[in-house]
Design a protein around this ligand. Structure first.
Ligand code: AMP
Ligand code: MN
Ligand code: MN
Length: 324
């Protein structure tokens, strides 16, 4: 984590700003939406004017969060301060900040973070960006209301897949407990974010799972544009199918290849402890964490699949093995 002095600078900047813009990454997950909403609603309750923007909007599975209807897809107007949350590089934001100067504050937990802002509050030890948001709210002295607590707890639940990832520390659980004390409903938020899925998402899983393959302790599946149409699935994400793949026995790395409307292929990696998939994702222009990484790669599904599986196999056969 950056020194206290630097977060002091962030606090001063926030306190001096009237109009604040908050943005996060495209194809947002629970940590992206939770960090944006948790910070945005708390700043608003603290008297600031806040605009929250996600280029892709809020996915169906996170629309139950209070305030999610206030998140827009486009930036409108001018701001005193721009904060980017849960993004390792500016490309992750999409086009929302095009033509604007570098952001003021970058709050993130990716090991691959490029420190693109004036003030970078980056902590790769944090299990989710919401942990960093929560620390900042404490330091500013902003109240954690029930909607803020629900948003922050959702970020913790989703990025740790229900407190299952090895980066969950006592502090992560203490924060979760504090958020429950503030009124966040753990079982309901858990069910909404991780258990409940739309009928269309299940259909999509079925199509992807019908092409499940394995080799060299890797397991993978793909989702085509035609699968999306057949399942009537509205998102361009994998509907969290990767979390299902990563539960296959005797597997070190699981991958999913998702065809995008622009012709690119979105790849997600998940790895067992001891393997670093951020490194291979970075080679393909993406990033992430040792245990979970992603990249968007141009090429046909079969080309990308072949290339990525070949490079990933290297990690597993010793080329880039990381001791746990
Ligand atoms: P995903 O596979 O999209 O669930 O992402 C897994 C992790 O990798 C998340 O922490 C993402 O923020 C990160 N990630 C995914 N795609 C990219 C990308 N294109 N560039 C940098 N990081 C990414
Ligand atoms: Mn994220
Ligand atoms: Mn995150």
């Amino acid at each position: 984590m950056q020194s206290k002095l630097i977060s002091q600078k962030a606090i001063e900047k926030i306190q001096q700003s009237e109009k604040i813009l908050l943005v996060t990454h495209t194809r947002p997950d629970g940590d992206a939406v939770g960090s944006l909403l948790g910070l945005g609603l708390a700043l608003e309750e603290g008297g600031h004017q806040v605009q929250m923007v996600i280029e892709d909007g809020v996915p169906h599975s996170l629309r139950h969060l209070a305030g999610s209807d206030r998140i827009s897809r486009k930036v409108e107007g001018e701001f005193d301060l721009v904060i980017v949350v849960d993004c390792s590089d500016l490309g992750r934001v999409g086009k929302a900040l095009n033509g604007r100067p570098a952001p003021d504050i970058n709050m993130d937990h990716h090991i691959t973070n490029e420190e693109f802002a004036e003030i970078n509050l980056v902590d790769p030890e944090a299990a989710a960006t919401v942990e960093i948001v929560s620390r900042l709210l404490d330091e500013i002295g902003l109240e954690v209301s029930k909607p803020v607590a629900a948003a922050l707890l959702t970020g913790l639940i989703t990025d740790t897949i229900g407190f299952r990832t090895p980066n969950v520390k006592p502090g992560t659980l203490c924060l979760a407990a504090r958020l429950v004390e503030k009124g966040a409903d753990l079982s309901e938020l858990y069910r909404r974010a991780l258990v409940s899925r739309s009928f269309e998402a299940m259909k999509l899983w079925g199509l992807g799972l019908s092409r499940l393959e394995q080799a060299h302790r890797m397991v993978w599946a793909s989702l085509t544009m035609s699968d999306r149409r057949a399942a009537h699935y509205p998102g361009r994400d994998d509907a969290d199918l990767i979390n299902v793949l990563s539960s296959v026995e005797d597997t070190d790395v699981s991958l999913i290849f998702v065809e995008q409307p622009n012709g690119n292929i979105k790849v997600s990696w998940r790895a067992q402890p001891g393997f670093d998939v951020a490194e291979v994702a970075k080679e393909f222009g993406g990033g992430g964490h040792a245990a979970a990484a992603g990249a968007e790669i141009s090429g046909s599904l079969s080309e990308v699949q072949m290339l990525v599986l070949e490079r990933t196999k290297l990690i597993l056969t010793g080329g880039h093995y990381v001791q746990s």
